[in-house]
Write a protein that binds this ligand. Structure first.
Ligand code: GFP
Length: 819
């Protein structure tokens, strides 16, 4: 039993009374009329009472101790369901299960009632959620700041194989039981208007922003419960509400947008999470979301700082602000504006404080994903911020001139303002210039950030560019989602591994133990059965758990190469039907992915996989050897079933394109073997598990670059490889779309005539060969078990607890504070 504070305090009778009270007074249900959902909601509310008490106590303690804190600013927090995970962190899972049982309710059924809060797109948002969990588990003082979207990432369904999007009202009509409204923290946020000069009472020339309109930011706190401790940190999500009609007298000439932007529309700012296809679309509403998020968060940080009796001069000593990607970059000119215009600190002092407060994490090298905003749009919506950005750039350009005198090319490259007919603000450049640390998210990625993306910045600011390899929380991604494996691990290494993942290395010595191998594989089999049951129940497809479960789950994007996986499936299909000498172990290929609604090729790939699935799953000629399952509406709660059930993990991005990956870590911890390129964190995973326990294939980063420089010709591969040709040509036929040839041809066209930007064809042959190796090795179950066990045992580096310690020690300089 953990030493957990909450466990000791748990009073079953009082808890049951609280559930009853919420059932009747909050949800207006009686024992007779209550549905499973009302019971879940009432239980959630009763639990939230406990966590809210601890949240307030943590806040008070940190303010009293004047503890240094990190403020994690992110437009996305893909937290997934909170109830089960919080029960584990509170050490109350068994107690609450028992209490609910006594009230005639089954905890597992109640947990299924919770809708995933899908406040993120993929890896970036999920990383933020793992980081909050690890901050709380290790009691590093933290506040997460995000947006309270009314609609999370769209819900996905398939109609005749095509993705259809529907709004995701994640809170339901009753609201989310874990969230607590904090009316006292509301903020007013300004937009539009103009800047005016004035002379203050001391005769100093000053500038100030005269806004065209204001909106209100309302704070909702979600509790991030520390595992096995009492600390609870807020994930503070801002909701935009329109406030009173704006003051016409302050309304200046020419402010057309401000004039038309009605109070009703202001409420749209936090309506919906933007789906991400890594392609900046420059939508005004998105910029408004970003600024709204930053304005509320910066104001709240300053409020906390002052309420604890601290002076503005000590801000950087007590607070650090981590920018999760460039999405919250506008927080930098916002803090500068407040320091300059409200605190009147003067540029040098303001800059010193601001640039020692912010740090920035880069998550991508894809040029089209590096955010830029139209200068004209910023000028219109945030005129004072644009002035400040110009001033930052002006001073920075002087530094560039000193370092590279007369070199206009380097100036053009590094400038925060991108010249051209339509001038743009480069948010990543603004971040690098204005922060004290910039990190990539895996060793290889961070090297490429220094070498290819920001080489001159690295020269200008030695030591600023650094690495923190990503990680994932072992609480959700092993203990909660894989109870069978967790019990086995605890039996061998003790039960404190979820907070000390180094301990799982203790499993290494059982890798060759036949009895342990058997039990480990029995757990895997149970997990495969759980997934197979889900698929049968929800999709009507029957699966054989003796087959290899081969899984690719992540956002749909060309660089992640779900279409390479598809080509391999087509190749197997072709061989099974045309090559009598070919044999394979039965295999089920699983996919889970959402495509950004405007990303046509990504949607075509989903359609193609679904069409191929329809055919192969029902083709008796294949003898059940090949199955394809595209799980609809992939989300965190489904990931919790998928990761533990995998035999093979697909991590097949073009080398140099996937910054890190985090699904790769979750799979390996749960005993799947990786087939992957030398990309992102795959490289470090290979270092940990050894080359013999991972299946690496494909071109290396430098080979990719060289091939592109030499002039890559996809047709060369097409003509030279008959299997590849067969697979690609199948896409032209009506094999999978009877009577409608060519419906899948867009993918073939992109790969051949579109130049195959992600080198799918160049990596195909090696990928197929490596899969053959997997097929052969899986047949030797003992060797496979050994490798799977070693993958679990050797993943401790990839705990997000380690990532957070790296940030705390090397970047944030943060000390734990316990409650
Ligand atoms: C992005 C990157 C990933 C990286 C995560 C977290 O995730 O390589 O692991 O951020 O740093 F692409 P996605 O949104 O693409 O999943």
């Amino acid at each position: 039993m953990p030493k957990n504070g909450q466990t000791q305090q748990f009073n079953k009778a009082a808890f049951k009374a609280a559930v009853e009270k919420h059932l009747t007074t909050t949800y207006a249900a009686t024992d007779d009329t209550a549905t499973t959902r009302s019971w879940y909601l009432a239980m959630g509310k009763a639990l939230a009472e406990i966590s809210t008490g601890n949240l307030l106590a943590t806040e008070k303690n940190l303010a009293e101790q004047k503890a240094r804190s990190v403020n994690y600013l992110s437009l996305e927090f893909l937290i997934g369901r909170l109830t089960g995970n919080n029960l584990i962190s509170m050490g109350l899972y068994e107690n609450v299960a028992e209490a609910m049982e006594e009230m005639g309710q089954n905890l597992t059924d109640l947990l299924e009632e919770e809708r995933d809060p899908a406040l993120g797109n993929g890896g970036l948002g999920r990383l933020a959620a793992c980081f909050m969990d690890s901050l709380a588990a290790q009691e590093y003082p933290a506040v997460g700041y995000g947006l309270h979207y009314e609609y999370g990432l769209f819900r996905q369904s398939f109609v005749d194989g095509r993705q259809v999007e529907a709004p995701d009202a994640w809170r339901g009509i009753e609201g989310y039981p874990w969230e607590v409204l904090r009316p006292e923290l509301a903020q007013e946020v300004s937009l539009y208007g103009h800047v005016e000069a004035y002379t203050d009472e001391n005769g100093v020339e000053c500038r100030r922003w005269v806004p065209g309109m204001t909106v209100e930011g309302v704070a909702w706190d979600l509790p991030i419960v520390g595992y096995d401790n009492k600390s609870v940190y807020p994930l503070r999500l801002w909701e935009c509400r329109s406030n009173a009609p704006f003051n016409l007298a302050r309304f200046n000439d020419g402010d057309y947008v401000g004039a038309q932007y009605s109070a009703l529309e202001a409420g749209n700012v936090t309506k919906v999470l933007y789906p991400n296809d890594n392609h900046d679309q420059g939508k005004a509403l998105r910029l408004m979301q970003q600024y709204f998020h930053c304005a509320c968060s910066v104001a709240d940080i300053l409020r906390r700082h002052e309420a604890a009796g601290n002076t503005i001069e000590s801000l950087a000593e007590l607070e650090t602000i981590q920018l999760n990607d460039t999405h919250p970059t506008i927080a930098i000119p916002e803090l500068m504006r407040i320091l300059l215009d409200e605190y009147k600190l003067g540029w040098d002092k303001a800059w010193e404080i601001s640039s020692k407060t912010f740090a920035y994490t880069n998550h991508t090298l894809l040029p089209e994903a590096l955010e830029t905003w139209s200068e004209a749009l910023i000028q219109q919506m945030l005129p004072r911020h644009m002035e400040i950005i110009f001033e930052i750039n002006h001073r920075f350009m002087k530094l560039v001139e000193q370092t590279w005198p007369g070199n206009n090319e380097v100036k053009r490259k590094l400038s925060i303002i991108q010249e051209g007919p339509h001038r743009m603000v480069r948010m990543a450049n603004l971040c690098v210039v204005s922060t004290y640390a910039v990190n990539g998210v895996a060793a290889l990625h961070s090297e490429l950030v220094k070498r290819d993306l920001f080489p001159e910045f690295n020269e200008l600011f030695p030591g600023r560019l650094t690495n923190v390899t990503n990680g994932v929380t072992p609480r959700r991604w092993i203990k909660y989602c894989n109870p069978g494996l967790s019990a086995l691990i605890s039996e061998k290494v003790g039960n404190d591994w979820p907070a000390n993942l180094e301990k799982i290395a203790g499993l290494e010595k059982f890798a060759d133990d036949a009895a342990f191998q058997k039990r480990y594989m029995a757990v895997k089999k149970e997990n495969k059965q759980r997934l197979a049951d889900w698929v049968e129940e929800n999709m009507g497809i029957e699966l054989d758990t003796d087959a290899i479960f081969d899984i690719q789950i992540k956002r749909l994007h060309e660089y992640k190469r779900q279409h390479l996986n598809l080509l391999h499936i087509l190749a197997l299909y072709h061989r099974l039907l045309n090559d009598p000498t070919f044999d394979m172990h039965p295999r089920v290929f699983f996919f889970g992915a959402k495509a950004a609604p405007g990303y046509a090729l990504a949607k075509d790939i989903i359609f193609a996989i679904n069409k191929v699935a329809e055919k192969v799953n029902n083709d008796p000629r294949l003898g059940g050897k090949l199955k394809v399952v595209f799980i609809p509406d992939y989300r965190v709660s489904l990931a919790e079933i998928l990761f533990p059930a995998a035999d093979v993990s697909e991590q097949i991005s073009t080398a140099g394109k996937e910054a890190s990956g985090t699904g790769n870590m979750k799979f390996a911890m749960n005993g799947a073997l990786t087939i992957g390129t030398m990309d992102g964190a795959n490289v470090e995973m290979r270092e940990e598990v050894g080359d013999e326990n991972i299946f690496i294939f494909g071109l290396l980063v430098d080979e990719v670059q060289k091939l592109k420089e030499e002039g890559y010709d996809p047709y060369r591969y097409y003509h030279a490889d008959s299997l590849l040709r067969a697979a690609l040509d199948l896409l032209e036929t009506d094999e999978f779309t009877p009577g409608n040839p060519g419906q899948l041809a867009a993918i073939r066209h992109n790969l051949l005539d579109g130049g195959d930007p992600y080198l799918v064809l160049a990596d195909f042959a090696d990928y197929v060969k490596t899969h053959e190796k997997i097929d052969a090795e899986y047949r030797d179950q003992k060797t496979w078990a050994r490798k799977a066990i070693l993958n679990t045992a050797l993943m401790s580096k990839f705990s997000s607890d380690r990532s957070i310690r790296d940030y705390a020690n090397n970047i944030w300089k943060l000390e734990p504070v316990s409650l």
